[in-house]
Design a protein around this ligand. Structure first.
Ligand code: HEM
Length: 129
């Protein structure tokens, strides 16, 4: 109902700019990490970057572009075609934490974001090392 305290996490942490920076930094890490990079089917990481960014923006209360373009996320299912092992999860989380470092968010927001990413990554594991 338009009260300032209802502002979404998306808006509070800086909106589109913050999510662009987060996901762009993350994919720079992926690009330089051959074992993780091998999982990504496309030669150009740009489209994958857009999909992850749109998903995270939507999840945190931003635009619903992900849903419009990709439908229901069903993320665990969409990852079945990739071997997400505990080690690959560690790599993914490592690059995400590095990307979080670059945002300089206030501690409470920073913690909320990191905890979500770690938990979501755990959920995506679908194979053994
Ligand atoms: C745990 C380690 C993870 C690995 C190794 C991994 C790997 C991948 C790969 C290889 C793709 C295909 C890239 C593409 O073409 O879009 C993908 C897609 C995607 N991943 Fe992950 N992922 C992980 C965790 C996560 C987590 C935690 C999230 C969400 C918080 C996530 C969100 C997405 C999204 C939104 C897509 C695009 C789905 C679509 O619309 O097709 N991933 N991931």
């Amino acid at each position: 109902m338009g009260c300032v305290t209802d502002k979404s996490f998306y808006d509070r942490v800086g909106g589109a700019d913050t999510f662009h920076r987060l996901v762009h930094e993350f994919y720079k890490g992926v690009a330089d990490d051959p074992p993780l990079r091998e999982l990504y089917p496309e030669e150009d990481l740009g489209p994958a970057e857009d999909r992850l960014r749109m998903f995270l923006e939507q999840y945190w209360g931003g635009p619903k572009t992900y849903q419009e373009q990709r439908g229901h996320p069903r993320l665990r299912m969409r990852h079945f075609e990739f071997r997400v092992t505990p080690l690959q999860r560690d790599r993914w989380v490592h690059h995400m934490m590095n990307a979080c470092d670059t945002l300089g968010l206030p501690p409470e927001d920073d913690e909320v974001l990191r905890e979500y990413l770690v938990r979501a990554a755990e959920f995506m594991i679908n194979a053994d090392d």
